[in-house]
Design a binder for this molecule. Structure first.
Ligand SMILES: Cc1cc2nc3c(=O)[nH]c(=O)nc-3n(C[C@H](O)[C@H](O)[C@H](O)COP(=O)(O)OP(=O)(O)OC[C@H]3O[C@@H](n4cnc5c(N)ncnc54)[C@H](O)[C@@H]3O)c2cc1C
Length: 382
């Protein structure tokens, strides 16, 4: 007996062979692409291959912020890109969030628009003043992106109510929301199953080869073949295509045990967006700190470091929930895909092989549209 698994005639002919399109990766982007393909071509046979037992990158590990950016993030983007490009990106995230909500429904994903806040610490008052000064300019600019007035407002009067310490200024954005990441992915998977799309887990793709009869995939479960292949492996994209400009970035996250009388409600960012926290089911989810050690965190390995864990715990105890007895219930990490450019890569990498990767840590917002875009590219080539 060789190494190739011995599939039955039934397994080969019904589950494995003759896929029109194989999607590699069952994160938000891969599943959104699968759904859109099925909508555009109801007769297409679509197969999703996923390396993990569950999706194992960012889509089931993220913070569930339905956000389009803080004042600091918009100003940093404007330093790098033109106003037009920044407006386009914000509009893309905004439309992506509307599409996600439309596709899955607010109650299925537990969407709530409690607003988003940017915090500035006592020792950041100069930067806070700079950001606050730019609010009128940004509010005018962002009307072109989301057609809403007065997006950012100073909200220093709310700092005490939330119970924070060492926070001197706060900016509020009422148009941001939060969702339950697990419910989002369950709802999406249910839609994918209902559409008749097959998702096979524990199937890692190790090589992709184009031949005259189609695209051949070598996987941990044997060989597969399809007319078209979509790579939706985000942070792991250059394990299969080393020329793609995608750099992994690990995000470490904790969730506390339930906190009686928790005052927080909303999504919160500080230190230029490198730290983020929110309420979830009477608990606090808190993550970030990648900027403490960019080199170590540019990894494909899940896990934690004492440096980041220590900093998260210190902020939790001293700034976010000062003077309270806090116990941590969960620790986990997820891997994001970053790059030199703040936009995702959606393109044909080789004939009949397409990619939709690098959501730059903003895939909850962008992922639905990124998936649709790559599906359109693949449809046009069919
Ligand atoms: C800690 C953290 C917090 C975040 N918070 C937010 C947030 O609040 N808001 C927001 O908008 N975004 C957030 N993000 C980013 C967001 O989660 C991602 O941008 C988004 O999930 C990317 O989706 P994806 O489908 O492209 O990638 P992924 O979800 O990473 O999916 C890629 C899939 O490909 C699979 N795969 C990889 N290689 C192979 C292979 N060789 N064979 C088969 N399968 C393979 C992986 O197992 C994985 O399931 C966060 C991310 C992290 C990690």
């Amino acid at each position: 007996m060789g190494l190739e698994p011995q599939f039955s005639y039934w397994e080969r002919s019904v589950f494995i062979d003759n896929a029109d399109v194989i999607i590699i990766g069952s994160g938000l982007v891969g599943l959104s692409a699968a759904l859109h393909l099925k909508k555009r071509g109801p007769d297409l046979k679509i197969l999703v291959l996923e390396r993990g037992f569950l999706p194992s990158g960012a889509s089931t590990k993220n913070a569930g912020f339905a956000c389009f950016g803080t004042v600091s993030e918009q100003l940093a983007a404007l330093d790098q890109s033109s106003e037009e490009e920044v407006i386009k990106l914000i509009n893309y995230k905004w439309r992506g969030l509307q599409r996600l909500r439309q596709n899955l429904g607010d109650s299925a994903i537990d969407y709530h628009q409690h607003g988003g806040y940017e915090l500035f610490m006592d020792d950041e008052s100069d930067r806070a003043d700079e950001c606050i000064e730019q609010i009128p300019y940004l509010n005018k600019l962002l009307v072109h992106a989301i057609r809403e007035q007065g997006i950012y407002k100073v909200a220093n009067d709310k700092i005490t109510g939330f119970g924070f310490d060492k926070v001197s200024r706060m900016i509020y954005n009422p148009f941001e929301g939060q969702l339950n990441t697990g419910k989002m992915m369950r709802a999406l998977l249910n839609k994918v199953y209902d559409a008749g799309i097959l998702v096979l887990n524990s199937c890692a793709v190790s090589a992709i080869n184009r031949q005259c009869d189609g695209v051949h995939l070598t996987t941990s479960q044997g060989n597969f073949k399809a007319g078209r292949v979509i790579l939706a492996t985000n942070a792991f994209a250059n394990q299969l295509f080393p020329d793609l400009n995608v750099i992994p970035g690990r995000g470490q996250v904790l969730v506390t045990k339930p906190i009686p009388g928790l005052k927080l409600q909303g999504t919160y960012h500080f230190d230029k967006g490198y730290y983020y926290f929110r309420n979830i089911d009477g608990r606090v989810l808190f993550g970030g700190g990648r900027n403490l050690d960019f080199e170590t965190e540019a990894t494909w390995e899940f896990g934690h470091t004492e440096k980041v864990k220590g900093k998260l715990i210190a902020y939790l105890n001293k700034v976010i929930l000062p003077g309270q007895h806090i116990e941590i219930d969960y620790w986990w990490s997820g891997i994001m895909g970053f790059g030199d450019d703040i936009t995702p890569i959606v393109k044909e990498v080789e004939p009949n092989i397409f990619c939709a990767v690098r959501c730059n840590g903003m895939g909850v917002a962008m992922g639905s549209l990124v998936g649709e875009e790559v599906a359109e590219l693949a449809i046009q080539a069919l």
